[in-house]
Write a new protein. Structure first.
Length: 244
């Protein structure tokens, strides 16, 4: 029986078709709108060049107000489709540019989703070496729920039972900003059991799907980039469900 399903479709389009209270856990990292936050500026200096994130089908350059509204709408749909015992893990970062900082809670607090806890992902490294700021070596994982989430903290390795997870970034991926598998595994083990459903609205290179499938969960994902969809489907365990 296959446990991986990838849908080549915009995540909001797909989620709006789903029943409420139908998904156990949602894990995702959206585009950060780096160029939009910088008013369209794509940094090109030697110290910043590796900090650019370029997607094939998305230019990461929305007006910031539009971006924040889009993110709130996505989180609201995630909240609608998770079960009453479900969880949402939303990974983002504090962005800094031109003497201005932007915290994700600026838009996350406008969502109907109930904020549960913040987890700090300690990357212990950075590609952004701006001399005007302290080097940012952390990102955030915002844990949201609908009512009272199921929590299985006892299954985590001891080093991950606190709210700071030290995990090295993933290297050598075909995607410009991949999840490390350990981060995804922690979220899945913390809130699901075998046979439960795990959904990623922005599949990318498919890390969430691979880890969920390996752990015996039903893995669901949406992705608009045909190349990433092809890469995720390049396995004998793939099963297409909602292609449109």
């Amino acid at each position: 029986m296959t446990t991986r399903e990838i849908i080549e479709q915009d995540c909001l389009t797909w989620m709006r078709k789903q029943e409420a209270d139908s998904i156990d856990t949602i894990i995702f990292s959206p585009p950060y709108n780096k160029k939009g936050f910088r008013n369209g500026t794509r940094t090109s200096t030697a110290v910043w060049s590796k900090a650019n994130i370029d997607y094939a089908q998305y230019d990461d350059n929305m007006p910031e107000a539009d971006y924040q509204g889009w993110q709130t709408e996505i989180l609201d749909e995630c909240h609608r489709i998770i079960k009453p015992t479900g969880s949402i893990f939303y990974q983002h970062k504090i962005r800094n540019w031109d003497r201005k900082g932007s915290h994700p809670m600026e838009w996350l607090s406008k969502s109907r989703a109930q904020f549960y806890q913040e987890i700090v992902w300690n990357r212990s490294s950075t590609t952004a070496f701006d001399e005007h700021y302290l080097y940012s070596k952390t990102e955030r994982i915002y844990w949201f729920c609908k009512a009272k989430p199921r929590v299985f903290k006892e299954v985590l390795m001891p080093q991950y039972t606190g709210d700071i997870w030290t995990i090295a970034p993933q290297r050598g991926s075909t995607h410009p900003a991949p999840f490390p598998e350990q981060l995804v595994e922690n979220c899945i083990l913390l809130t699901t059991q075998r046979g439960d459903s795990v959904y990623d609205p922005f599949v990318g290179s498919g890390t969430t799907l691979r880890v969920a499938e390996r752990l015996g969960r039903r893995a669901l994902g949406t992705e608009i980039d045909p190349e990433y969809v092809r890469l995720c489907r390049d396995t004998t365990t793939y099963h297409s469900l909602f292609d449109e």
